[in-house]
Design a binder for this molecule. Structure first.
Ligand code: SF4
Length: 341
């Protein structure tokens, strides 16, 4: 099982006034991990590292425990109506990770302890929109399972959604540490998604997160616990032997999942893309990466606000799309493909 144990921890003093913060402090104190005080979880200073790559790696080994003050929720279209974060950052080291650009100067792993206030606030949003359904995404700025053993916040959120008539939750993970969520009273209101990939992509580009087999086994357990299940297959990468790599993935998933889970299964398919800014940061954080980011092999796709991304050229994108759709049709004919992008 893959679990994050920080090398260094920062606490906001206010975090100790909440049961989750107090319990976490007592637990960490016993382990001997150095604990420091930070006046704000937004401005953490003193994480060591004499090169950008080392500072980045050390930040990912650093836990920051704070109180979430901003209660205005960001929208999270098209995945959900609102983002509902209880943590930010991630101890994983996926070379292509979008958090490298979106989290900018805050690559450390941060957890919020005021979960009751966060859920009370979500309740207000649900009530304001009633009788319409409100959907929340818990993984916009983090992998929530990576820190669940520290706070238990995700389970509280799943059970909160389980009690709602007009709300749904979804999140995505690359971690296999799911046992403690199997008995949660989810009431079918949480879609548990795994981000998954071929063995080659996981081995070469996803250090620090759970391995190919254990991730699929975790999905099997989640399916048996009756959660609606989904897979984000991303980033889809073309490499020598990619067709066989993705075929192995689907065959393995099909063997692991119980028949009931295959009836209500979603797939999101996302081809690898990069921006100029992301390429620069990725090469700084992971100078030896084998991730292919050659503009001449790609097509520039303009975004809504002018800034675009490098995606695969039309014929390559078509090959990926067709191959993946063929595999889904073969192994999971009753599932829903939400999108290929
Ligand atoms: S698991 Fe997700 S959030 Fe964590 S490093 Fe990998 S891509 Fe980023």
């Amino acid at each position: 099982m893959t679990r994050f144990d920080p090398d260094l921890v920062f606490f906001e003093p206010k975090a100790l006034e909440y049961p989750v913060g107090d319990a976490l402090y007592r637990r960490l104190k016993k382990t001997g991990i150095p604990i420091k005080v930070t006046p704000s979880h937004n401005r953490v200073t003193g994480i060591p590292g004499d090169t950008p790559a080392k500072a980045y790696a050390n930040a990912k080994r650093t836990l920051v425990v704070g109180v979430k003050r901003t209660m205005k929720l960001d929208t999270s279209k098209p995945s959900a109506d609102y983002a509902l974060p209880v943590s930010t950052g991630c101890p994983g080291h996926c070379h292509y990770c979008y958090l490298q650009t979106t989290m900018g100067k805050k690559p450390y792993v941060r957890v919020y302890v005021n979960i009751d206030e966060i859920l009370d606030n979500a309740q207000k949003y649900i009530e304001e929109r009633a009788p319409e359904l409100t959907t929340f995404e818990a993984a916009c700025t983090s992998d929530p399972i990576a820190v669940e053993h520290l706070t238990g916040n995700l389970k509280r959120m799943i059970e909160f959604m389980g009690r709602q008539e007009r709300a749904k939750l979804r999140f995505v993970t690359k971690y296999d540490d799911v046992d403690h969520l199997l008995d949660a009273a989810h009431n079918g209101n949480t879609r548990f998604r795994f981000s998954i990939n071929s063995r080659y992509v996981i081995k070469n580009f996803e250090p620090g997160v759970s391995a190919f087999d254990s991730r699929i086994e975790a999905a099997g357990k989640v399916a048996k616990a009756g959660y609606p299940l989904g897979f984000i297959v991303a980033p889809l990468i073309i490499y020598e032997g990619w067709e066989d790599g993705y075929a192995e993935l689907f065959e393995r998933m099909s063997r692991e999942l119980i028949p009931e889970a295959k009836q209500d299964l979603t797939f999101e398919l996302i081809q690898h893309r990069f921006t100029a800014a992301a390429k620069r940061i990725i090469l700084q954080n992971y100078p030896a990466t084998k991730l292919e980011m050659e503009e001449e092999k790609r097509k520039y796709k303009y975004g809504k606000y002018g800034r675009g991304k490098w995606v695969y050229q039309g014929s390559d994108a078509d090959r990926l799309n067709l191959h993946l759709r063929g595999l889904i049709e073969e192994y999971f004919p009753a599932s829903k493909i939400e999108y290929f992008t």
